[in-house]
Design a protein around this ligand. Structure first.
Ligand code: PLP
Length: 406
């Protein structure tokens, strides 16, 4: 039985007040709160187990290395990856996608080669490809979503040409909540020899993910949305793709030997992990992922689907509010605008006065905002610890905002 109150008790920040009201934290799409086990693990790592990793032969360095490296296996298990050497640990999705852009795409793509993106990608999965467009003449082909925010996998497949080298697509939109059928895309792409990078920043938070079953070439996650520390994360990279790559960032740890006129690389995944890593951040991420697996990804998904249905019904009852993204298969992420109301920022300021934290702005999704014909939306994004009562508080606060602006 999923007991949301027991889960809430694990997250210390949820019992605080904001502006004199109980905190209703609905900005999980931006970053999630941390359970006490993660906070404790971070404290313990610094207080009792801290040293640099991979370097020393002393007790603490070995202990820190063991803990840090332990996270690699936890990430592999969490993502359904059999070989943990296919997991590169990093600071999050932005770093992961840049690693692929610089390490895999740049050396092998020429002017006229094509990358397919959906219109609802986050800037982290757009801007690195703009670098290739600007500097190497690579062509970005955009695939639109329909009026409900649904991305037809067949439309992505139909966009493949002999020039296509990569499809880079989110599995779950951070703005619309749309879940994308990436497996169908991967199956078709594999047959045509096209690589697929999946941005799993949001999907891995809300649904069980099995990367080996998906069959993608790259899968990026970001720790701070997964109830872990900021600047933690990882990217799965298929062994065959790693073998085709050059290192992206140079420095300590990623080399085997360095001489005045020669340098050789460490084996992957170390080849992609230059410099002192986020030791404690990754240790914290391991604990966060174990926490999620203990709760159970199926249980989290089921709880959030109930919340989604409840929130959808309540928001649909507000005829002056337009939700962007109404497709059936979506997460509990609601972006909306209000008739006659001021800017999304004004609405979020009013909600904040009621203790309700939402995001306002373009959500790092410029092309999607253009597609929707809006400059900004408010976004309420739910997590495993949110409740139906909090949906009610959100709706009451929205009614107040609407009354103020009407
Ligand atoms: N992709 C998606 C879908 C996101 O929601 C985010 C974060 O908002 C990112 C990528 C970037 O993640 P990070 O800033 O942690 O690298």
């Amino acid at each position: 039985m999923y007991d949301v109150e027991t889960i809430r008790a694990d997250f210390p920040i949820l019992s605080r007040e904001v502006n004199g009201k109980p905190l209703v934290y609905l900005d999980n799409g931006a970053s999630a709160q941390k359970p006490k086990v993660v906070i404790d693990a971070i404290t313990q790592a610094y207080a009792e187990e801290y040293a640099n990793v991979h370097r020393g032969l002393h007790y603490l360095s070995n202990l820190a290395t063991e803990k840090y490296e332990g996270t690699r296996g936890i990430i592999a298990k969490f993502l359904g990856v059999k070989d943990e050497d296919e997991i590169v640990m990093n600071t999050g999705t932005t770093m992961g996608i840049n690693t692929v852009a610089y390490g895999w795409a740049m050396p092998r793509m020429q002017a006229g080669d094509e990358i397919i993106l959906s219109v609802m990608e986050h800037h982290a999965n757009i801007v690195p490809w703009h670098f290739l467009r600007e500097r190497h003449g690579v062509v970005i082909k955009w695939v639109d979503v329909d009026s409900t925010g649904y991305l037809d996998p067949q439309a992505v497949i139909d966009a493949i040409t002999p020039k296509t080298k990569l499809i880079a697509v989110t599995q779950l939109s951070n703005v619309l909540g749309t879940v994308v059928d990436v497996k169908t895309i991967c199956d078709a792409a594999r047959e045509k020899g096209v690589a697929v990078l999946v941005d799993g920043s949001q999907a891995a938070v809300h649904m069980p993910v099995n990367v080996d079953e998906l069959g993608c070439d790259f899968y990026a996650i970001t720790g701070h949305k997964l109830y872990g520390p900021s600047a933690s994360g990882a990217i799965f990279m298929k062994k065959e793709r790693m073998a085709e790559m050059v290192p992206f960032i140079g420095g300590g740890d990623m080399i085997r030997e360095v001489h005045k006129d020669e340098v050789t690389w460490n084996d992957p995944p170390m080849m992609f992990e230059a410099g002192t890593p986020g030791i404690v951040q990754q240790i914290g991420l391991g604990v966060a992922l174990e926490y999620m697996m203990n709760v159970g990804m199926d249980n989290i998904a089921a709880h959030e689907q109930k919340l989604r249905d409840y929130a959808r019904a309540r928001l649909d009852g507000l005829n002056w509010l337009q939700v962007q993204g109404t497709t059936a298969d979506k997460a509990a992420i609601f972006s909306f605008t209000l008739d006659g109301a001021g800017h999304a920022h004004d609405i979020s300021t009013i909600l904040d006065k009621k203790g309700v934290a939402v995001r306002a702005g373009h959500h790092c999704a410029g092309p999607l905002m253009d597609h929707l014909g809006v400059t900004a939306t408010c976004r309420a994004s739910f997590a495993m610890y949110n409740t139906e009562k909090e949906v009610d508080v959100l709706v009451d606060a929205l009614e107040l905002a609407h009354d103020l602006f009407a």
